[in-house]
Design a protein around this ligand. Structure first.
Ligand SMILES: Cc1cc2nc3c(=O)[nH]c(=O)nc-3n(C[C@H](O)[C@H](O)[C@H](O)COP(=O)(O)OP(=O)(O)OC[C@H]3O[C@@H](n4cnc5c(N)ncnc54)[C@H](O)[C@@H]3O)c2cc1C
Length: 500
C-alpha cells in the first residue's frame, strides 16, 4: 500500500443525483474551482438514483396524497404540496437551462410527460379527495387538475385499473397532465458526463474511509482505491457528503457537533415490474393510492408507467421492508455500526417509539409473491402473476433525531442538510421527496456553506433558475412562462413520444 496526498477546492463523495447536481451548479457558478468526486462503485447513479431503484416520480405533489393532510376542522392543508411543487419547478428550470445551454442533450432520455393521478376507494376517501381537489384546483400550480367519481370517465383515464372491477364501493380519482416520469439514473449519468468535460476528476471504485479536519480548517479525506489497494489522502476546503444511505457513517467520522445525536433507520423496498408489453400498453400514468393504516408514507402504493431503456413498462409498489443495510450494496453491519455513544439514547428511544413500524416492515419482508400480487390486484383486478416480476429497489435511510415536537428519537421522513457551522462540510441525509428536489436541496447547501459568495452568484442563479427566491404560486405569470420554457426545452408538451 502506498499513500498519496493531494489538494483540491471541492470534494464530492458519491456519484448520485445529489453530487451530480451540486457539481453542475458549482461548475456554472465557480468554473475555476477544482472538483474531485469519489465513488465506491464502478459507475455513476448505481444506488438510489438508479432508474430501477426508485419510482421515477417527478414529485410535484400532483398525486401524492401524503403531502395534503386533513386538519382537525376537516379542511385540507396544502402548504406542503405547494412547497414541494415549487421545489420541483426549480429542478425543471435548471434542467431546462442545462439543455438550452447544450450542457446536456436528449432530455427525452431522462424526463417524459406523464399524467399524475390519485385514486381512492370508499366514501370517506372519496370525500377527502374531493376536498383536496377543491383546495388545490384554486392554486395556479395545480391548474388543469380534474376530479371524477364517474366510472365511465375513470374507464377512460385508467382502463387497466377499471377492467374487471366488480365492487360497488365508491371510487374517485384526480388527474393532471402536467406530471412527469423522471429517469434519475440517466440524468445522473448525463450530469457526470457533462462534469467530465468540465475537467472534474471523477474517481470510480474509490471508497471514502475517513474524513478529518486539518489544522488550517480544510478536510483530509482518506480514500481506498479499490482496484489497486492503495490508500490516498486528499484535502479540500469544502466537502459534500453525498453518499446517499452511506452519508450518515461518513458524517459521524467528521466528529462535528452537528453530527451527534443523529441516527438512521433503513427501509428497504421492492417493486413488481410488468414483463408483458401488452399489459403495459394498457396503462398510461402514475396512479397513487392512499397509504394503508399504520404504513409509513414511503410505502404508498402506486402503479406507474415508466420509461426505462427505451421501453415503456409498469412498476407497482414500493413494498417497504426492513434490512439493516444503509445502501443496497451495503453491509448487514451498517445499522449496528452507526450506533455511537452520542446517539445511543436517540436510537433506543426511536426503537421503542417505532415498534409498530418495525413490525410492519418485518411483516412486509415476509410477504409472499402471491400476497404482493393480491395488493397489486387492488389496483389491477385482473393482474396475472406470470406478467409480473419482483425487483429490489434502493435503500432509504430515514433520519432519527431529537426534536422539540416529537421528543427523543423521532423518525423523520424528509431530507436533512447537515452542515458544519463554518460551512466547510455538508451532508445530505434522508430520502424524501428525494431526487426530484435535488436542485432545491443543493441550492440550500450553497446558501448554508457559501454565504460569502451567494450575493455574487445570485444573478447567475436567477439566469439559470428564474424563480429562485420567488414564490411561483404568488406569481402565476412567471409560473406560466417557466412552464412553457420547460415544456419546450424538455419536450414536455409532446404527448406520446416514440416509445413502445
Ligand atoms: C424505493 C425508492 C423509491 C424512490 N422514489 C422516488 C421518486 O419516485 N422520486 C424521487 O424524486 N425520489 C425517489 N426516491 C429517492 C431518491 O432515489 C433519492 O433521494 C436519491 O436518489 C438520492 O440521491 P443521492 O445522490 O443522495 O444518493 P445515491 O443515488 O444513493 O448515491 C450515493 C452514492 O454514494 C456512494 N457512496 C456511498 N458511500 C460511499 C463512500 N464511503 N465512498 C464513496 N462513495 C460512496 C454510493 O455508492 C452511491 O453511488 C426513491 C428512493 C427509493 C429507495
Amino acid at each position: 500500500m502506498s499513500s498519496l496526498q493531494k489538494k483540491t477546492d471541492v470534494i464530492l463523495i458519491g456519484a448520485g443525483i445529489m453530487s451530480a447536481t451540486l457539481g453542475a451548479l458549482l461548475k456554472e457558478l465557480a468554473p475555476q474551482w477544482e472538483i474531485k468526486v469519489f465513488e465506491k462503485l464502478a459507475k455513476a447513479g448505481e444506488e438510489s438514483s438508479n432508474e430501477w431503484n426508485n419510482a421515477g416520480t417527478g414529485h410535484a405533489a400532483l398525486c401524492e396524497l401524503n403531502y395534503t393532510s386533513e386538519k382537525s376542522d376537516g379542511s385540507i392543508d396544502i402548504s406542503k404540496a405547494i412547497s414541494i411543487n415549487e421545489q420541483f419547478q426549480l429542478s425543471k428550470q435548471f434542467w431546462s437551462y442545462l439543455v438550452k445551454s447544450n450542457l446536456i442533450s436528449n432530455p427525452q432520455d431522462f424526463i417524459m410527460p406523464l399524467p399524475h393521478m390519485s385514486l381512492v376507494m370508499g366514501e370517506n376517501n372519496v370525500t377527502f379527495l374531493k376536498k383536496r381537489f377543491k383546495a388545490l384546483s384554486n392554486n395556479p400550480l395545480f391548474q388543469g387538475m380534474e376530479f371524477s367519481d364517474d366510472t365511465e370517465k375513470l374507464k377512460e383515464w385508467i382502463p387497466l385499473i377499471m377492467e374487471g372491477r366488480t365492487s360497488n364501493e365508491p371510487i374517485a380519482a384526480t388527474k393532471i397532465d402536467s406530471g412527469t416520469d423522471v429517469n434519475f439514473g440517466a440524468l445522473t449519468r448525463m450530469l457526470f458526463d457533462h462534469l467530465k468535460t468540465k475537467n472534474v476528476e471523477i474517481n470510480y471504485k474509490h471508497s471514502v474511509a475517513d474524513i478529518k479536519r486539518t489544522s488550517d480548517g480544510s478536510w483530509k479525506v482518506k480514500v481506498n482505491d479499490l482496484d489497486s489497494g492503495k490508500v490516498e489522502y486528499h484535502t479540500a476546503k469544502f466537502v459534500f457528503i453525498g453518499g446517499g444511505g452511506g452519508s450518515l457513517p461518513l458524517l459521524q467520522k467528521t466528529g462535528i457537533p452537528e453530527s451527534k445525536h443523529i441516527g438512521g433507520f433503513p427501509v428497504s423496498g421492492l417493486f413488481l415490474v410488468c414483463n408483458n408489453p401488452e399489459v403495459a400498453a394498457l396503462h398510461h400514468g402514475k396512479v397513487y393510492g392512499k397509504a394503508k393504516v399504520g404504513a409509513p408514507p414511503m410505502s404508498v402504493p402506486h402503479l406507474d408507467t415508466r420509461y426505462i431503456d427505451n421501453k415503456k413498462t409498469l412498476l407497482f409498489g414500493p413494498f417497504a421492508g426492513f434490512s439493516p443495510k444503509f445502501l443496497k450494496t451495503g453491509s448487514n453491519l451498517d445499522l449496528i455500526g452507526s450506533v455511537k455513544p452520542n446517539n445511543l439514547f436517540t436510537m433506543l428511544a426511536a426503537g421503542v417509539k417505532e415498534m409498530a413500524l418495525t413490525k410492519y416492515l418485518i411483516q412486509q419482508v415476509m410477504l409472499s409473491n402471491e400476497k404482493r400480487m393480491e395488493e397489486l390486484r387492488e389496483f389491477i383486478p385482473n393482474a396475472k402473476s406470470e406478467d409480473w416480476d419482483v425487483v429490489v429497489a434502493g435503500q432509504r435511510v430515514q433520519v432519527i433525531k431529537d426534536t422539540e415536537t416529537g421528543g427523543k428519537g423521532t423518525l423523520q421522513f424528509g431530507t436533512e442538510v447537515i452542515t458544519a457551522d463554518d460551512g466547510s462540510i455538508a451532508a445530505l441525509l434522508g430520502a424524501s421527496p428525494g431526487a426530484s428536489t435535488a436542485v432545491h436541496v443543493m441550492l440550500e447547501v450553497l446558501e448554508k456553506c457559501f454565504p460569502q459568495h451567494i450575493k455574487e452568484w445570485e444573478m447567475k442563479i436567477k439566469d439559470m433558475i428564474p424563480s429562485y427566491g420567488i414564490s411561483l404560486q404568488d406569481n402565476p405569470d412567471l409560473f406560466e412562462e417557466i412552464s412553457n420554457t420547460a415544456a419546450q426545452a424538455l419536450g414536455l408538451s409532446e404527448k406520446e413520444v416514440a416509445y413502445s
